[in-house]
Write a protein that binds this ligand. Structure first.
Ligand SMILES: C[S@@+](CC[C@H](N)C(=O)[O-])C[C@H]1O[C@@H](n2cnc3c(N)ncnc32)[C@H](O)[C@@H]1O
Length: 795
């Protein structure tokens, strides 16, 4: 893409860079005319849309080779490796039913099932047997394997049935006697019928139970004075109410998760992943997700796919899948327009692919309704900021728009013709996606939480185990109503996802008519005001006008501050921000450039802490100016550069200590060194600063890891105390930290404290997730059982 950008001559660059929305039809035509004559452009499109170059075609030879490698591993009892090879073989195996192909896919499913049976993955094994049977109902080995895994699951009546079917199909006498032997063994078992339920490959249960609940809250979209449209409610909304549930209009997986997460529901892919039946690109967690993404494809009757060639006629596929979907749902299959023909979705940036997907959906929907004349593009009622984009960003949007439409044209072939305005529409679509797309995140359990969710329980011997979770961005999506919620750095709504469904829940009492706002990422307490403004400007092109960015708050004064050199003073010393007061306002600037204007909190809201930290702001001093390096309470000065250098050095020593503890466990760790560094940070940084909270937390984790739980508890509590000042006591960041403290208290055998701490954390999580806590954070449930008595002290 860089090569294309640099090939654009200066006059076209200028026209694009200086143009506005109104000029888009002419600037896009100008650029298209230039690119159309450029061999490099056609080469790029060829690479992005050519299935041979993208290696996304099915390949029977490769599948057979991978199967052989899997078999070799299986016979050496290297089951993990065998599983990997069988999965890869399934990725390449074509679904054509030309004899070999017919057997290859079900054989691979059965081989993978046998491997998973060996690995104890029984539910996964059962699902693969089901898949093998659905592809090839007369395949005796598939029935036999399913019988065996049903027996392992104690589903004895199902096991008997499966083995009897296998017996009726088996042709060899040794095979028959083997099955008869197994049947005899099952007959000896007590008649425990279907103790374990059938495996469910259906992951689409998200949110259904709550939909009615969400509809009780009435939301209105209104015009706001300084944020465009925004959401509010005519009624008061109590905390923890589910206020909105929505499925995305379109969603795409991020590059980093392409191999590890389902491309449709974005859950972590299980061991028995399924692949697209027509290309080698996406992975799915279930057949259901695969069908939603590709469209319904019959395994046995797709005669149009019965060809010795691995190539699939995408034109026919499009039509057929469209017909399949059209009969049972209005939903447009997601992956179809990329399927089997292109890898641009794996190469271009997420926002651009998302825009491409929206355009493809628009084209598909027009074809579905028989309007296949020249397309213009979807006109979506979403905000965009094209006119304030930088010239570079405008040029990029132009190039991507042309690239996307050219790739789509290759896919739809003669079915697609555009109007002149289509490219302009595509540029705007890209800009709308940039401003309105939402990252889908899932919670990943770290350290001890993993063990807990696997039901291993928590043992006193698990000294180094500390529960924690991390948010992982897995996908990018457009939610049409979700896009109408504005941002606040102190949001009153929490967003989370189950599968691809967006859930919004109130976390505070929201008075009728007040803004209902979520966070786009930056939050007060986590980032200072200047960084939040910068991040929102860069990513969403707006200068934040939320309540946190309009009023002076304690956390912004202290978060990145140093402490006053006078030991009796709690005043904060900023590293780079300059404050200038004017009547009841404070102007915030960095290096002479204005950031924003803050009002002083109302007298009734001025708490003791903020008064002590920034006494000077409340002295009604009209010409007050506080430069970096000066105390906001008493104007004492510090040596800023030396304080910054020393504190950074100390912080990196502490991080090193933590890393060593994590890697080495108990070996030669410079504990004294780390504690000295902590003292240095305490001496220099403000007592409520984030640097100090992080240092305390790192030391706590390191001590937990090397088994000194008393020290770990002390430092974890110190970190929580600071976080409560930076956020507020019921912020979710505190709950995550409290969970760490629970694990430390459990390691100390102090179950009473652990139960009390857990109750505090659970109350906060419930505020954010309501009854979904355990579904979103499975380890919370496991920890609850541990805390209430289940596993502690187990060897
Ligand atoms: C996802 S949209 C939200 C809905 C939007 N206000 C509208 O009218 O469609 C994001 C855009 O809303 C505006 N916005 C959202 N939160 C804001 C805030 N805290 N301050 C200023 N503008 C905001 C910005 O223009 C931003 O790019």
């Amino acid at each position: 893409m860089e090569r294309l950008k640099s090939a654009v001559p200066a006059d076209i660059r200028r026209a694009v860079g200086e143009g506005t929305t109104r000029d888009l039809p002419s600037t896009t035509s100008l650029l298209l005319a230039f690119l159309d004559d450029l061999p490099l452009f056609h080469q790029v499109i060829g690479e992005l849309a050519d299935p041979e170059l993208a290696l996304c075609r099915k390949d029977k030879g490769r599948a057979a080779e991978l199967k052989g490698r899997g078999n070799a591993c299986f016979s050496r009892r290297e089951f993990e490796q065998a599983l990997g090879f069988y999965s890869q073989a399934l990725r390449y195996a074509p679904i054509s039913s030309d004899g070999t192909g017919d057997i290859l896919v079900p054989a691979l499913y059965v081989n993978r099932a046998s491997t998973m049976h060996k690995l104890g993955l029984l539910e996964e094994c059962l699902r693969d047997c089901d898949r093998a049977i659905s592809v090839s109902p007369n395949y005796a080995k598939a029935w036999y394997r399913r019988g065996m895994v049903n027996a392992s699951l104690k589903n004895y009546s199902s096991a008997m049935h499966d083995l009897e079917v296998a017996l009726s199909m088996e042709v060899t006498s040794s095979g028959k006697s083997n099955i008869e032997q197994e049947l005899k063994l099952i007959l000896l078992k007590p008649q425990c019928v279907n103790k374990v339920g059938r495996s469910s490959s259906d992951c689409k249960d998200a949110g259904l139970a709550h939909t009615a609940d969400a509809h009780k809250v009435v939301l209105e979209c209104i015009a706001t004075p300084n944020k465009g449209r925004g959401m509010t409610s005519p009624d008061d909304i109590p905390p923890t109410s589910l206020i909105h549930v929505e499925d995305p209009l379109a969603a795409i997986i991020l590059k980093s998760c392409r191999e590890t997460h389902c491309h449709y529901c974005f859950s972590e892919a299980p061991a028995d992943v399924v692949f697209c039946p027509l290309c080698t690109i996406p992975v799915y967690c279930s057949r259901k997700c695969q069908e939603q993404a590709v469209g319904g494809i019959s395994w046995n009757q797709d005669t149009y796919l019965e060809s010795n060639s691995n190539a699939v006629d995408l034109g026919i596929l499009s039509l057929t899948s469209t017909r399949c979907k059209a009969t049972d749902s209005k939903q447009i299959a997601e992956h179809r327009h990329e399927c089997g023909g292109a890898h641009w979705a794996a190469v271009l940036p997420a926002d651009i692919v998302l825009a491409g997907r929206l355009m493809a959906q628009y084209i598909d929907s027009r074809m579905l309704t028989g309007k296949s004349s020249a397309i213009s593009g979807p006109k979506m009622d979403l905000i965009q900021h094209y006119d304030v984009d930088s010239p570079t960003s405008k040029l990029e949007s132009h190039i991507y728009a042309i690239v996307l439409l050219s790739c789509l044209q290759k896919h739809y072939k003669s079915d697609l013709s555009w109007k002149e305005e289509t490219l302009a529409q595509m540029v705007l679509l890209i800009c709308q996606v940039k401003v309105n797309s939402i990252a889908i995140v899932c919670m990943k359990s770290m350290d001890g939480s993993q063990g807990l969710t696997e039901n291993k329980g928590y043992s006193a011997a698990d000294d180094g185990v500390m529960c924690s979770v991390e948010q992982v961005k897995v996908a990018q999506a457009i939610y049409m109503s979700g896009s109408l919620f504005n941002h606040s750095c102190r949001p009153n709504v929490h967003s989370y996802f189950h599968s691809r469904t967006l859930f919004l829940r109130s976390t505070t009492y929201i008075k009728s008519g007040s803004p209902v706002e979520l966070s786009y990422g930056p939050q007060a307490g986590e980032m200072n005001l200047v960084k939040r403004q910068k991040s929102l400007q860069e990513n969403y092109k707006f200068s934040c006008q939320c309540s946190s960015c309009s009023e002076l708050h304690l956390s912004d004064l202290v978060i990145d501050s140093f402490c006053c050199p006078r030991s009796s003073c709690l005043g904060a010393v900023s590293e780079s921000t300059c404050y200038k007061s004017e009547e009841n306002c404070v102007h915030v600037s960095v290096d002479e450039s204005d950031i924003c204007k803050l009002s002083l909190p109302h007298v009734s809201k001025v708490d003791e802490d903020i008064e002590k930290v920034g006494k000077l702001f409340f002295r009604n001093n009209a010409d007050l100016k506080i430069d970096p390096g000066y105390c906001m309470s008493c104007r004492s000065q510090i040596n800023l550069s030396s304080a910054v250098a020393t504190s950074e050095k100390a912080a990196s020593k502490i991080n090193r200590f933590k890393e060593l503890a994590v890697i080495d466990g108990i070996s030669e760790i410079p504990i004294t060194d780390a504690l000295q560094s902590l003292q240095q940070i305490k001496k220099l940084r403000h007592p409520y600063s984030k640097a100090l909270a992080q240092a305390e937390d790192a030391i706590a984790e390191a001590f937990a890891k090397i088994g000194d739980q008393e020290q770990a508890r002390k430092h974890c509590e110190a970190s929580i105390m600071i976080l409560k000042k930076l956020y507020h006591p019921k912020h979710i960041a505190i709950a995550h930290e409290l969970i760490k403290l629970v694990s430390i208290e459990l390691s100390l055998g102090d179950r009473a404290s652990a139960a009390a701490t857990f109750a505090q954390a659970k109350a906060i999580f419930s505020l954010y997730y309501g009854p979904d806590v355990e579904r979103i954070l499975p380890y919370v449930d496991a920890l609850k059982r541990t805390v209430s008595g289940g596993f502690i002290g187990a060897p």
